[in-house]
Ligand binder design. Structure first.
Ligand code: PMV
Length: 348
């Protein structure tokens, strides 16, 4: 018996308690920079692959009569920024549902948090799906994607299986129109058997949050606008490469897009640099793999960790090369994974 049902189906049911699982996604065309910080509207479209590793499991239970929301994160009461973001998200869900009950949220996250490993993507995708079901919002997948976006932009893409594109939408018109305009949806990809080999250079939390780094880059980097323009062209090329199943082209476009994003940050004032000497050593090993005939391409997010796209059949070889390149904490091999979904309570 399957313990899982499509999220859109189950979120239409009103249960008062719901549990959802979501996995992180890694962008091949990056989201970097907002045009509306409150609504989480990005400046450019982005495209990602949802992974089949690092699940986050989140349970939302409405507690009639409770005076406030409570949040448990990996077995400990959540504090500070994490608690603030989760309770702000619950307020938004309550506003939409017209219900007033506070909630108890229990979340187990297997991704190292704030290390550029997309923990907020899986975290807010799982929370959006569970909270929408518990409060009876009745959202379809697109609606869940919009809602997840309000917790963390990249979470909008983890609603979907495999490859997804997140539309930047438009900031004009009413806030509601702007909100409706920005969501992710699946992207067709043919005959691709990719692996994403994740080299965990450091799982320590980053010194500068992606929110602050994006803001600083947009406000001060002379390279930001040129990158945004080239990223739009990269997206068109990427869609074409996915549609024809051309993995080396997908990798090449992803790598240039990510390096460009890091260039925008290096040119910010003051500069933001997430890549460490170990990250660069891993990037060198990717170049060496290509010289040796392995179609391996790197992408990096707001942290020192490097993710390497390659054919599934080369994943073990790539993994060994990355381990040998630098003193990495761990190397994980991921494939395309499933989008966020509700899971049955009794199967937890
Ligand atoms: O985690 P967020 O939503 O604050 O954004 C992170 C953005 C990058 O991971 C650097 C790029 C992306 O598109 O995921």
């Amino acid at each position: 018996m399957s313990s899982e049902q499509p999220s859109a189906l189950l979120s239409a049911q009103r249960t008062d308690t719901a549990t959802a699982v979501a996995q992180p996604n890694i962008a091949l065309i990056k989201y970097w920079g907002k045009k509306d910080e409150h609504l989480f509207l990005p400046r450019t479209d982005s495209l990602s692959m949802t992974l089949d590793i690092f699940p986050t499991t989140t349970r939302v239970r409405l507690v009639p009569g409770a005076g406030q929301d409570t949040v448990v994160f990996n077995g400990e009461p959540a504090t500070g920024e994490a608690e603030r973001r989760i309770t702000a998200f619950l307020r938004l869900v309550r506003e939409r549902s017209g219900r007033t009950e506070r909630a108890h949220v229990d979340t187990e996250n297997t991704v190292p948090t704030k290390a550029g490993l997309a923990s907020s993507a899986s975290g807010f995708a799982a929370l959006a799906v569970a909270a929408a079901a518990a409060y009876g919002l009745g959202l379809d997948a697109r609606g869940l994607s919009r809602l997840a976006r309000r917790g963390s932009g990249s979470a909008s893409r983890s609603i979907f299986d495999g490859f997804a594109v997140w539309h930047a939408g438009h900031a004009g018109g009413t806030a509601e129109e702007a909100d409706l305009s920005s969501y992710a949806e699946p992207v067709p990809a043919v005959d691709l058997e990719p692996a994403l080999v994740v080299a965990v250079v450091s799982s320590a939390p980053k010194a500068v949050s992606s929110r602050e780094a994006m803001r600083r880059t947009v406000d001060t980097s002379p390279l930001y606008e040129p990158w945004a323009v080239s990223s739009r062209a990269d997206l068109a090329d990427m869609r074409a490469a996915l549609a024809r199943g051309d993995l080396p082209a997908v990798g090449e476009i992803a790598e240039r897009n990510a390096l460009g994003m890091h260039a925008t940050m290096l040119a910010a004032r003051p500069a933001v640099r997430y890549l460490s000497p170990a990250s660069l050593a891993v990037l060198d090993s990717v170049l060496q793999l290509r010289r040796d005939g392995v179609p391996a391409y790197a992408t990096m997010d707001a942290g020192p960790n490097v993710k390497v796209l390659c054919p599934r059949s080369d994943a073990e070889r790539v993994s060994a090369a990355l381990r040998a390149a630098a003193p990495v904490e761990a190397v994980h091999i991921a494939g395309p994974g499933r989008g966020a979904r509700l899971v049955a309570e009794e199967c937890r």
